[in-house]
Design a protein around this ligand. Sequence first.
Ligand code: ADP
Length: 192
Amino acid sequence: MLNIILFGAPGCGKGTQAELLKKKYGVEHISTGAVIRSEIERGTELGLSMQEYIAKGELAPDSIVVGMVKNYICEHRDAKGNIFDGFPRTTAQAEAFDRLLSEEGLSVSVMIYMDVPEQELVNRILLRGKDSGRADDASEDIIRNRIEIYRAQTAIVADYYSKQGKYVAIDGVGTLDEVFARICEAIDNCAK
Ligand code: ADP
C-alpha cells in the first residue's frame, strides 16, 4: 500500500496536489486540518476543544490528531494507498504514526517536501483567504505565526524520514502541472 506524506509549510499547495494525486493514483486522502475544521463546523466537543488552537494558528494537541489518523487508518484498510496531508506535524506524531501503521502491517512509503519561499506562502494564503472563509487565512499575523510554528516544530519531522531514507524534496514553485509532475516522479521512483 502506497502511503505518501505530503509535507511543507502552510500554503505550499499540499491540498491542491493531493486532489490531483487521488485521481491519478486512485488513492485516498486525509487532511488533518480539514478533519479539524469539519469537527469545528459541526460543533462537536472535539471541535470546540480545538477551536482556540486553530484560530491562533497553533498546533492542536498530538493525542487528538493521532486519534483522528488512527480512525482514518481503521476505516481505510482496503485503500490502494493514502495521502497524508498536514500530518505528521511533530516528531511525536511521526513516532505515533509509525506505531499505528506497523500495527496494521503498513509503513510510510515516502515523504515529499514541497519547497516554497516564505513570501510566496504568505501571498498564496492571503489570496486563498479571500474565498476560503478560513479565519486562520485572513490575517497576515496569523499566517506568519503558522509559518513560524512550522519552522519551530514541524520542519524537523523531515529529519525523521530522512534518516529512514524516505525523504524527497521537490521545488514547489511553478505551475500546478509542473509541481504535479515533480511529485509524480518522486512517487514513481519510490514505487520502483
Ligand atoms: P495549512 O497547511 O495551510 O496550515 P491545514 O489545513 O493543514 O492548513 O491546518 C490548519 C490548522 O489545523 C493548523 O494551523 C493547526 O492548527 C491544525 N492542524 C492540522 N493538522 C495538524 C496536526 N497534524 N497537528 C496539530 N495541528 C494540526
